[in-house]
Design a protein around this ligand. Sequence first.
Ligand code: SIN
Length: 494
Amino acid sequence: MPDFPAARIHEADVAVIGAGAAGLYAALCAAREHANVVLISATPLAQTASYWAQGGLAAALAADDSFALHLKDTELAGRALVRRSAAEILVREAPECVRDLQALGVRFDVDRVGHLVLGLEGGHSVRRIVHAGGSTTGRRVVRQLSALAAEETRITVFEGARAQALWRSEGRCRGLICDDGRVITARAVVVATGGAAALWSRTTNPPGSQGIGLMLAHAAGAALADLELLQFHPTAVIGVPGREGFLVTEAVRGEGATLHDASGERFVDELAPRDEVSRAIQALLEESGAQSVGLDMRAIDPASFPNVVAALREAGVDPVRELIPVAPAAHYMMGGIVTDLDARATIPGLYAVGEASCTGLHGANRLASNSLSECFVFARRAIADALSHTAVEPVAPTQAELEALGELPAPPLADASTRESLWREAGIVRSGDGLSRLLDAPHPLTALIAQCALARTESRGAHVRAEYPERDPSFDRRHAVLSAEAPLCWQTWS
Ligand code: SIN
């Protein structure tokens, strides 16, 4: 039996798992309200997906923009599956979050007179993407928030610690155990562990993005939803050793970069929503047998995309002189831990924010750069809600509970063959036969993804079923929900 000396038990108001954009901001919001926070950071900063985010924050800030227009674009991209209440919150609160981040010292790109420079990406009808250092937005934001978190005395950071299991007692999530034996008891636990796109072998994500938080939450009894809805980014670098899967931001297409087939012809509206662009590329690749299409950013100012240009040059491709070989890769999971509008999961005391969560806001196809905005908008809401439950106090686990917790298995990482099989059977176009083969996969999340994908017998947004090529209106606004107790059920969220 594991031994649990008292010194291994830490008490906090809020425990945050994950130190990407959503987790850091949640921790800082809680500390600002005088709460004590434990922040669990399994990976070094540069291995979080947020750090690599080249996109920015979508926010209706321009004179020709409005909340209504941002909402309309979000809903159009989301293919009749967007939860309107969540999207309304996002569009209304994103501008405030931009201002708050500025107040926290994040230096977004501004023009000569100090106005924010707004970029354009696919599916947006006007310019509304705020960047920091061009395509280095994630790095700039995460660095600044990490520096603040490190200085904040109310935040204790457990670096290198991994959450092994959530602790649930008397119907409430009351903390967690880490794989080094440390136990954190808290009034609220916020899961901010990012998404699961690295479960697919071809991905833009860092290797750790394998849905760890989803597995933790599901094992504790929280509901997950829409796991079949995995967005493929159209322009990941392919066939360049050392840079496989490297993302070339959609913002380059917003500035005029174009996509070309082998004969140099353009074949798609480069600024259509991502599901359309990815499908058009995939269809072309299947028809031609080619591995990649060419992305032409030769006419674009390289100074706006410094990390893209530097990374490609290092790998021997000069985007200022030649076309970049690109193809779609797994990028973002729209599904995740089911949450309400205050980021509450289905277990009291448990919250999920950022890509780990499923508010329903992205529907079946996320609008570019809505995700970073979502991290901040819903992290702030999670903390406001968590701290409003003043009657909830951290309680100490009994020795028996500690021993039971210590026995719980940590969420596993998928092996190479599982990741290959997800790419093969749950890729851009899926079939019932291929998905059924995933049902027996040993990796717990793989089978759950297959269950959701099999149940959605239609094509919608990022989910394309070969046998059901059309959208079926009877699935409009219906989310595939997997709870611990019941088989998959369909829910419509208000
Ligand atoms: C990109 O910059 O193209 C990716 C950002 C996002 O996924 O929204």
